[in-house]
Design a protein around this ligand. Structure first.
Ligand code: ZN
Length: 146
């Protein structure tokens, strides 16, 4: 018996797929508004929102949408995951650094939902991070709650 769900409440689950296109090998796409409006549509009082990228060369990250900081993030990613180190996977399809970035930065993030709102800080924007673009990509949203 799940005692976290109050009596008389039914746990609800909502799913949405977002499609997007990236423009460069390394790119940041702010998806905050799409996530926020989906959570608003779901009318969940209390729950969680999972933001998941079903790709092995992308990541979901959270931070401020400020143009200088976005450049800094992309520069840091490039510094941490740099090409030309004789990565084994480059023998397959020459994108080892993109897989490494995805591995260590993570393919998903989760936020709480309280009183029907996505509970995030004022400078916490949600970004899709492309590591092997440009490409067409998907982001999967799952909202679960009461
Ligand atoms: Zn690969």
């Amino acid at each position: 018996m799940n005692e976290r769900v109050p009596k008389g409440c039914t746990l609800k689950a909502h799913f949405k797929e977002i499609s997007l296109s990236t423009r460069k090998r390394l790119d940041l796409v702010d998806i905050t508004e799409q996530v926020q409006s989906f959570v608003d549509e779901c009318k969940i009082e209390s729950g969680i929102c999972l933001i998941n990228s079903p790709h092995s060369t992308t990541a979901i990250i959270v931070n401020e949408n400020e143009s200088g900081l976005k450049e800094d993030i992309l520069r840091k990613v490039q510094e941490e995951f740099f090409q030309g180190t004789d990565w084994q996977h480059d023998r397959v399809d020459n994108n080892a650094v993109a897989h490494l970035g995805s591995t260590f930065l993570g393919h998903s993030r989760m936020f709480p939902i309280r009183k029907g709102r996505l509970e995030r800080g004022p400078w916490q924007n949600i970004f899709f991070l492309e590591l092997d673009g440009p490409r067409s990509r998907r982001v999967l949203l799952e909202v679960i709650g009461v």
